[in-house]
Design a protein. Sequence first.
Length: 386
Amino acid sequence: MIATVNSLTTTGLQKFRSLFTSRDFIFNDGRELREFSVGGRAQALMAGVAAVTLCFSAYGVTQAASGAAIGTSDAQLAEMEREVAEMQADVAKVRTAAAEHAKLLEQRQALIVAAMAGEGDPADFDLAALTASGKIDAQTAEILAPLRRAEAGQMAMVVKANAALQARYAETARELRRMGLTPNRIASQAAMGGPLEEVNENNAADASADAQFRSLVMSWKRLDSLEEAAIAIPSMQPVAEMRLTSSFGVRSDPFRGTQAMHAGLDIPGPVGTPIYATADGIVSRSQRAGAYGLLVEVNHGKGIQTRYAHLSKMLVDANTRVRRGQLIGLMGSTGRSTGPHLHYEVRIDGRAVNPTPYIQAGDQLVAMQDRALKSRNAAGMGGPEK
C-alpha cells in the first residue's frame, strides 16, 4: 500500500517537473537580439508565486462581492423596517380613531337618554366631547364603516329627541302665555355662534352628526332654562279646598259699597285652615301689614311674588326659604276683613295679576316644574333667581 502511494507520488512529481523544463527566450530591443534561458526550477518558483497571487486576488474579489451582498441586505432590511413602522403607525391611528368614535357614540347615546328623560343637567355634556375630533382620511373612513351604520341609527334617534324637546318647549310656552308670561320674560336664552369650519367629503357625516347633537344640546338647554325658571311660577292651590267669595278685578267694595279694584282672590274657610306656599321661594315679609292684617309675602324670583293675607298665624319667618306646598300660615280674619278667609295675590314686577290661570295651571306646567325641582334637588340647589 505504501509502495503504491510512493509510486503515485513519484509519478506526479515527475509530471509536474516535466511542465517546467528549461526554456530559451529571444528578446529584440530594437537594436540587437538577446537570448535568455529560464531553468525549470525558476519556472516552478514563478508559477508558485503566481498561484499565491491569484489566490489572494480571488479571495479579495470574493470578500468584495460578499460585502456588496451584505450592504444590499442591510439597505433592504432598513427599508422593510421603515415600511413596517409606517404600517404599525397606520394601524395605531385607525385603532385610536375607532376607540374615539366608539366613545363618542356612547356619550351621544347618554345625551339622548338624559335629554328625553329630563334628568341631569345639559351643562354636564361638553359640546367638545360630543364632536368628532379632527379630519379623517379615506382609509380611516373605510375602517369606521361599521360604526357609521350604528351612527346612522343614532342619528334617527337624535332627530326624534330634538323634535320631542322642541314640542315640549312649545307646549310649555303656550301654558306660560295663557298666564300672561312669555318664555323670554322668565327664561334666559342660550347664545349661539362660533367660527366657520368647512368640511370635506370624508368628514361630511361627522359634521352633520355634530350639528344634530349640538342642536339637541341647545334644545335641551333652552327647555331646561324654561323649566328651571318655571319653578318660580305659582301653580297650585294655596288651600286644600278651593272656592271663591270674590274674584280678581273690579268689584263692589264690601265696606264702602263703591266700585274698587280687587287685586287678588278671596278664599273662605274656617279660622286655622292651613295655607300653603304655591311655589318655591324666599319669604320677603312675615308681619302685620295694615289692611292685609297678618301677611306672608314670598319672593319666587323672576319678579314673581305671592301674598297671603288676613292670617290668624304666620308660621315662617322673613328671609327663610320655602318649598311649593309647604305650610306657611293659618287662615284668619285680621286686617280689613269681614270674616275668616284668605286673600291671595300673584304679582309680576310688583303689579297684581289674575291668580286664576296660575291656580288652573295645566298638567304640562306642573310636570315641567316637578322635573325641574327633581333636577335642582339632585344638584343640591334651591331658592329663586333674582
